[in-house]
Design a protein around this ligand. Sequence first.
Ligand code: URA
Ligand code: SF4
Length: 198
Amino acid sequence: MPDFSAEWEQLQSRCQDCTACGLASTRHHVVFGTGNPEAEILFVGEGPGENEDLKGEPFVGRGGQLLDKMLAAVGLTRERNIYIANIVKCRPPQNRDPLPDEQEACIGWLRSQVSLIRPKIIVCLGRIAACRLIRGDFKVTRQHGEFVEKNGIWMMGTFHPAALLRNPAQKPDGFDDFRRLREKIEEIGERTELVYPD
Ligand code: URA
Ligand code: SF4
C-alpha cells in the first residue's frame, strides 16, 4: 500500500459525496479514477461517458479498450504503470463538453490527486484536458506528442481514444505519441516495472 493510502482513501470518499456542481444531480456514480496511485504516470481524460457513469470507472467502453491496446503496445498496463482520472468526475448529460464552471468546480479533486500521486509525467487525452492542463490554446492536431515541462512534471497531449475511433486515420499518429511516451519514461528512469511487448 502507498504511504499516502489513508489520505488517498479519505480523498476518494470525500469526492464520492461531492455536490459542488450541477453534474451531481444527474450522475449515477462519481468516477474518481483507476489504476495504480503509486505510478509515476497520470493520464487525464475529460469526463465520464455513459458506461463510465454506470460503472464508476474511467475508460471502460470502446475507447477504454483502445487505450488499453495502446498502453500494451508500449509495455504499460493501467493496473501497474499508470493512474487514470478525468477533469470532471461526473458525467456531463449527453456527453457534452464539461462547462468551464463545472471544470472549475471539479479541478480541485484532480489537483489533490496530483499532489498525492506526484506524477513525473501527465498525459492529457484530448483537447479538454490538454487545454486545461497544458495551455488554453492547445491544438491536438498540431501539438500532440510534444512534451513540455511544467512545474517539474513532463506534460504531453494526445488524441482522445474516442476521437481515434471516429477518425481511424489518426491512429498511427496516436500510437506514435505512445512510443514517445515510452521514450520519455526511459529517459527519466521511471521506477515501476515495464513489460516489453512481444
Ligand atoms: N472519456 C473520457 O474522457 N473519460 C472517460 O473516463 C471515458 C471517456
Ligand atoms: Fe463534484 Fe466534480 Fe462531480 Fe461536480 S463533477 S459534483 S465538482 S465531483
